[in-house]
Design a protein around this ligand. Structure first.
Ligand SMILES: O=C(O)CCC(=O)C(=O)O
Ligand SMILES: [Fe+2]
Length: 332
């Protein structure tokens, strides 16, 4: 691949990345109005709970495989060339996710992912990826793109610099205490709660389809129903880290729309609440070295990923170089 100087990081920026665990923000050369429109589309996906056609249910994952504009954003030279400086010339983009923080949205607690991928989502322990050298190499990086201006008030992404080399211990706690848990019943009638439960659309990525089997829905009040469901959620365990960063190490990623950062999931990151009256829309994607076997479980017929999605129709995108791991499903 020809590295265009315009998109190359300096050797100091590369060294900072390995020391701090993140790089950027950098600008994406995509017109502002296109990014704003894409942000509006992502908002509709979340607010109107669109079915992701690849997965047959509401999901925030992998809309780049459905929306060519989102694919075009993630495959910009400005992104791919910088990631190639860090991971080498052969790269597959294997997943993406929408991160929507409307006004008043809660914080996303500090979290990191280490070694074998086992998903950042709540209640999930299915390994989805195997690194070429387990727990040793960095084989996968995240690129986070701002589709709105990010300010100190609207829930900016934050990093605890230097935590990329420290594995912070975690414990399993009831799901309602997870960094990702949001109260799922707000504003819903009893009938809507029942419908969402049966469609596994109450809490993203949690299969609740059979939770009401044998439960006398007709006899229960709305409060009794939500109590019942809360108790079920609390039987699920989620990862929890009691992590308080050194305030001097915290980097707050304020940037205009179209800014992006590159980071390792080993770096402790999170975001404070959105205390503004404007939404904060962002999308991320994950790019791995092309010798990584994506979704190894697929080889033995396990088509359900760590987010409870059926990945039978999932494909990775080759964004640079050659598709070294030939067993990967790559979109042609
Ligand atoms: O958008 C956020 O606030 C959090 C993003 C995040 O956790 C991630 O990109 O892995
Ligand atoms: Fe994250």
């Amino acid at each position: 691949m020809l590295i265009n100087d315009q998109h190359a990081m300096t050797s100091a920026e590369v060294a900072d990345f390995w020391r701090n665990g993140f790089a950027g923000p950098f600008p994406l050369p995509v017109p502002d109005d296109e990014l704003a429109e894409l942000g509006n589309r992502c908002e509709r996906i979340v607010v109107e709970r669109h079915t992701q056609p690849l997965y047959g249910r509401y999901a925030l994952r992998d809309w780049h495989l459905v929306d060519p504009d989102l694919e075009r954003v993630f495959t910009q030279d400005a992104i791919v060339q910088r990631v190639a400086q860090l991971l080498g010339p052969d790269l597959v983009l294997w997943r993406s996710k929408i991160f929507y923080k409307p006004p008043g949205a809660d914080a996303i607690g500090w979290h990191q992912e280490w070694g074998k991928f086992d998903g950042e989502e709540i209640g999930n322990s299915t390994p989805s990826l195997q690194p070429p050298v387990a727990g040793e190499d960095i084989w996968d990086l995240t690129v986070w793109v701002a589709l709105d201006d990010v300010t100190p008030q609207n829930g900016p992404l934050q990093f605890a610099a230097g935590t990329n080399t420290t594995r912070v211990p975690w414990v399993k706690v009831p799901m309602t205490q997870s960094a990702f848990y949001e109260e799922p019943f707000h504003g819903l009638s009893k009938e809507q709660i029942v419908e969402r439960t049966q469609r596994s659309e109450l809490v993203l990525d949690i299969d609740t389809a059979d939770w009401l089997d044998g439960y006398d829905v007709a006899a229960a009040s709305r409060d009794e129903l939500t109590d019942f469901l809360d108790r079920r959620f609390d039987q699920l365990l989620a990862k929890f880290t009691d992590f308080n960063p050194d305030p001097d190490s915290v980097a707050t990623m304020v940037m205009p729309r179209g800014g992006f950062v590159i980071f390792s999931e080993r770096t402790m990151h999170g975001s404070p609440p959105n205390n503004s009256d404007r939404r904060r829309m962002a999308v991320n994607c994950r790019i791995a070295k092309a010798d990584t076997l994506v979704y190894p479980g697929r080889l033995t017929g396990n088509m359900i990923d760590g987010s409870n999605l059926d990945i039978s129709n999932h494909e990775s995108l080759l964004v640079a170089g050659s598709a070294i791991e030939e067993r990967n499903a790559i979109r042609r």
